[in-house]
Design a binder for this molecule. Structure first.
Ligand SMILES: [Zn+2]
Length: 263
């Protein structure tokens, strides 16, 4: 671990944090139906509408220097901004370290890492949008599906037949539940997410589905306990998308290890 490496790692973390800051803007502006990029579309404070200058847009640092408040009106900036920057930076650094040290990619390190960054960015948007607004927007899910399939057809490493089958499996797995429950158990967005999982993971999609349901049931335990044991009223509707994304993320980087362990 030398000084050059550490500098590169810090730089990658901050690129990730900047991307996280941008993803946050994409989510909020999509919710409000505003354009993400445009001439008169500078960032502004949602409270006093004061324009946020470039020196207040430095990821992580600006939030710390401004102590989490607007420079003009002292409006409290949600801590989620800060957390998303840190988490995205961490994910970007993790992906790079994984591809460099674990997979030991050489000539295709750059293109594969870029591919993983693209998947991660879309996944973060879909994760948070579903978590906050209970909805998976087609423009994010279908765009990601097309990008993943195109990338695999162009740069593919193995069996395209497997990818097409697993994409269909992911789609059908949720399609059947959607059909049986007439859309009550899961939303239409989960069908597209299922297809994306298959396209990314191949037959490892089964590991991801297992993990997603496992994590979701762990998460739901306290609510189930309150509802059925203590007979309290609970809001039992939780979006499933975030769990699918968590399961997929773990499977991309640990799927083969989990499979080895199970067999
Ligand atoms: Zn303000």
């Amino acid at each position: 671990m030398n000084i050059v490496n550490i500098t590169i790692f810090i730089a990658i973390f901050f690129i990730g944090a900047s991307v996280g800051s941008f993803l946050n803007v994409v989510i909020l502006r999509n919710k409000k139906n505003e354009k993400v990029i445009g001439k008169n579309n500078r960032s502004y404070c949602p409270s006093c509408h004061g324009e946020i200058r470039f020196f207040d847009l430095i990821p992580i640092f600006s939030y710390i220097f401004l102590k989490g408040r607007c420079r003009y009106c002292r409006y409290k900036i949600p801590i989620s901004y800060f957390l998303i920057e840190i988490i995205t930076g961490t994910i970007f650094l993790f992906i790079f370290l994984y591809n460099y040290y674990v997979t030991q990619l050489d000539s295709n390190l750059f293109i594969i890492t870029l591919f993983h960054y693209t998947i991660a960015s879309f996944a973060i948007i879909i994760f948070l949008y579903d978590l906050w607004y209970g909805e998976i927007l087609d423009k994010f899910s279908i765009t990601l599906l097309i990008i993943v399939l195109l990338f695999e057809f162009i740069f593919f490493r193995g069996n395209i037949f497997e990818i097409l089958i697993s994409t269909f499996i992911g789609f059908a797995f949720f399609g059947i539940q959607f059909f049986i429950s007439k859309g009550k158990w899961i939303g239409g967005g989960d069908l597209r997410l299922g297809a994306i999982m298959g396209a990314i993971l191949g037959y490892n999609i089964f590991i991801a589905l297992f993990l997603s349901y496992f994590i979701a049931s762990m998460y739901a335990m306290p609510a189930i306990y309150k509802k059925y044991v203590k007979k309290e009223k609970v809001n039992s509707e939780i979006p499933f998308g975030p769990f699918l994304i968590l399961g997929t993320f773990i499977t991309i980087y640990l799927g083969d290890k989990i499979l080895e362990f199970l067999l």
